[in-house]
Design a protein around this ligand. Structure first.
Ligand code: TXA
Ligand code: MG
Length: 317
């Protein structure tokens, strides 16, 4: 159910959960000071209590109130990317952040969203904890219809469009260096331009990820995904449904779901979760996914999301 901003403010202040658009994906928001509402988020999403939430702040000053230290370059990074899709993991004043929001960790993840609706909301009620507005493990929501599909038509949601369609990039400092804890809407190359070196993608190389959520199944539709680097026509293991690109042909396929053009990665990221969701809505059991895509920039995130969406059924040809 779409609600106006004033209603969303009342609901959040009263301890309810409201779905909110951000420039990345839809979030399931609760006021940081309403622990019962934060509990509701975990129940609604069926999210393990070990997976902490991102704290959405109105600006860097609000973040500084909760953080107990500001590692080198953090101001440069927030100045460059806030408001926007960068999440920074920082040590906190433990008394100021409820345990439930940070899953008992001594750190918390902070982000200042750029979406005008989220920004307007945060002026009235902040900070807000908000995980992606989807059932745990399934593709994120990028439209109010996705939220209604997962949580029912009566669930309160603010209207808006998620421009990026990919979650924020999460960074943390380890031994004095910034590492990427989750790839996201800001590419490692963009971060390198600010800090002067390419941050390591910690979650792709280490057994114990910085983000507890990286251990869980993610973004996965019910449909089985067959990821492929080989052209469709040359592929032995393929199926009639293709998840691909508008500038390629897939001779012999029966049905196509197009992510967008290979020349427009932002169009592809914008459509990604909607396409993954459509597979299940249309009852498709199996799809062949064109993974012959670049590795640089935002494509790295798109590639990673597709791998994770394919989960244990991942078959790379
Ligand atoms: O774009 C986004 O970041 C969206 C929008 C709604 O803001 N939010 C989002 O939240 O993606 P969620 O809950 O789906 O993912 C948050 C990730 C999880 O992997 C979690 O483990 C990690 O952030 N995280 C949260 N607090 C952390 C902390 N203190 N240390 C390390 N990772 C943390
Ligand atoms: Mg999520």
């Amino acid at each position: 159910m779409r609600v106006p901003l004033e209603k969303a403010v009342d609901l959040l202040r009263g301890g309810e959960v409201v779905a909110i658009p951000t420039e990345t994906v839809y979030g399931l928001a609760a006021w940081l000071f309403k622990e019962s509402a934060i509990e509701k988020i975990f129940t609604l999403k069926n999210r393990p209590s070990t997976n902490p939430l991102i704290i959405h702040v109105r600006d860097a000053d609000e973040c500084a109130f909760y953080a107990s230290a500001q590692p080198a370059d953090v101001y440069k990074l927030t100045e460059a990317f806030w408001p926007g899709p960068l999440t920074v993991v920082l040590p906190i004043h433990e008394k100021k952040v409820p345990l439930i929001a940070r899953a008992g960790l001594k750190t918390a993840a902070f982000r200042c969203p750029a979406h005008p609706v989220a920004a307007e909301l945060l002026k009235c009620v902040s900070p807000l904890v908000a995980p992606s507005a989807n059932l745990s493990g399934t593709p994120s929501s990028t439209k109010p219809e996705h939220v209604e599909h997962d949580f029912g038509p009566q669930f309160p949601a603010l209207e808006g469009e998620c421009r990026h369609g990919l979650e924020s990039t999460i960074i943390a400092q380890k031994n004095g260096l910034w590492e990427i804890a989750r790839l996201g809407a800001i590419s490692p190359e963009e971060i390198a331009r600010i800090i002067g070196y390419l941050p390591k993608c910690a979650h792709l190389v280490e057994k114990t990820p910085i983000c507890p959520g990286q251990l869980l199944v993610h973004y996965a539709p019910k449909a089985r995904l067959i990821l492929s680097n080989t052209p469709y026509e040359a592929c032995e293991k393929k199926c009639p449904v293709v998840l691909g690109f508008t500038d390629r042909v897939y001779p012999g396929a029966k049905k196509w779901l197009f992510l967008g053009s290979l020349t427009a990665p932002h169009e592809v990221s914008f459509n990604l979760y909607d396409c993954l969701r459509r597979l299940d809505i249309e009852g498709i059991k199996e799809a062949w996914v064109d993974l012959d895509i670049p590795h640089n920039g935002i494509w790295a995130t798109i590639r990673e999301r597709l791998f994770r969406a394919a989960g244990a059924t991942l078959t790379l040809q």
